[in-house]
Design a protein around this ligand. Structure first.
Ligand SMILES: [Zn+2]
Ligand SMILES: [Zn+2]
Length: 419
């Protein structure tokens, strides 16, 4: 059945490649995906889906009910990044936009979300045109604002789980500089949880020559920066992976003035929920302790500015999908990821909130011949532009076709079973 559906994909590609080029040339920043959402909504409406716009910002939810059976969510993200495109492609972006600070910035689909969106449009079309082959409910979730890790939370806050059929499984993919035509899977953590913090230390300001009359928050912050490194080196088991980076520290304006506050900003990346909870508790404890050690009269303010959960690919559900990937795409196109990717995604919130499994895989987008033996695949990977690079652009083909196929096959793992 799926074989028949996949046989139809090539005939859809010319149209979809046009949509991809259009989306690539017209990228929109996070929370500004109005045009993209319009393109998506029009396409999905024409396919016969019941389409709801403006879910959690510019999110689009499209539902196709086709008899009894499970409900499957296929999710794609739609936003682009403030990057000046340097790919030299004839459909490269020259777009600029105004960021939340009011600055004019270049905009580029440097993370490939235009590919994710187009693949989901294609897969939706395959399902809409093959209703005799499956049974159940397909929900296509086009998510805005992924790059700030806010979009899935915004859609959940806007009632996506109450307003639309609840999923039995959430399926999604991310394109990357892996061989085009292939998919890479993993069970358990696929991408890291990201938790970003802003910590303000409060002291008592005064003249630089009279430190005894002050409480110096800069020393508190400096000491905290060093002590925070001991979370990774002294508190986390050697086999658990944690990254903690303080990326910003600011205090004061002058050499001879002791400031009354100091602010540090840090990012924490973890793969395990318990390790994450422990590291967050340690960040809080160390920050408070450094303030106390300096004699601060006010506790530091610790704010989690953004947070995205670990992307976990459920073991049982992933192996079900991978079995079907192997039989429908061919075993030579399906690979195990040896380690999780250190980047982060916010797709995991949907599965966590609905208490259902998620399956998330990587889609190759780079020239496959570069990886052919005797090349060292890891060296090839390191030599290619990564996501977020001004040079990053997936090959349209066979990436688009493979991404559509992967979504159709994975959706059919549930929707095809009961037809
Ligand atoms: Zn990204
Ligand atoms: Zn991305």
């Amino acid at each position: 059945m799926t074989t028949t559906q996949l046989a139809n994909v090539p005939s859809l590609l010319p149209d979809l490649e046009g949509i991809y080029r259009d989306l690539h040339a017209n990228p929109e920043l996070s929370k500004q995906e109005k045009r993209t959402a319009g393109v998506v909504a029009a396409y999905m409406t024409e396919l016969g889906f019941e389409v709801t716009e403006n879910v959690g910002g510019y999110g689009v939810v499209a539902v196709l009910t086709n008899g009894e059976g499970p409900t499957v969510w296929l999710r794609a993200d739609m936003d682009a990044l403030p990057v000046a495109e340097q790919t030299g492609l004839d459909y490269a972006s020259t777009v600029t936009a105004t960021n939340p600070n009011g600055d004019k910035v270049p905009v580029m689909h440097a993370c490939g979300h235009d590919m994710h969106t187009t693949c989901l449009l294609g897969a939706a079309r395959v399902f809409a045109e093959s209703t005799a082959e499956w049974s159940g409910t397909l929900v296509a979730v086009f998510q805005p604002d992924e790059e700030t890790l806010h979009g899935s939370a915004a859609m959940l806050d806007d009632g996506i789980l109450d307003r639309f059929p609840k999923p039995e499984v959430v399926l999604g993919q991310h394109v990357g500089p892996l061989p085009a035509g292939t998919v890479f899977y993993r069970t358990g953590p696929v991408m890291a949880a990201a938790d970003n913090f802003e910590i303000t230390f409060f002291g008592a300001g005064g003249h630089g020559s009279m430190p005894h009359t002050t409480i110096d928050p800069l020393v508190m912050a400096a000491s905290a920066v060093l002590r925070l490194q001991t979370i990774v080196s002294r508190e986390v088991a050697p086999n658990d992976s944690v990254v903690l980076t303080v990326g910003s520290i600011s205090a004061g304006f002058n050499d001879n003035i002791i400031s009354d506050e100091a602010v540090i900003k840090l990012t924490l990346r973890t793969f395990d929920l318990e390790v994450r909870a422990k590291a967050i508790a340690s960040i809080e404890r160390i920050s408070r302790a450094e303030a106390l050690a300096s004699g601060a009269t006010r506790e530091p303010e610790i704010t989690m500015t953004t947070s995205g959960p670990t992307t976990l690919s459920d073991g049982t559900a992933t192996l079900r999908v991978v079995d079907d990937f192997r039989s429908e795409l061919g075993a030579g196109r399906v690979f195990l990821m040896p380690t999780p990717a250190p980047g982060s995604e916010d797709v995991g919130r949907f599965g966590f909130a609905a208490d259902v499994p998620s399956v998330f895989w990587f889609l190759g987008g780079a020239e496959a011949s570069l990886f052919a033996p005797p090349a060292d695949p890891l060296k090839v990977l390191a030599s290619l532009p990564s996501n977020h690079s001004p040079m990053y652009a997936p090959q349209i083909e066979p990436t688009l076709q493979t991404g559509i196929e992967a979504l159709v096959v994975s959706g059919m793992s549930w929707l095809g079973a009961s037809s």
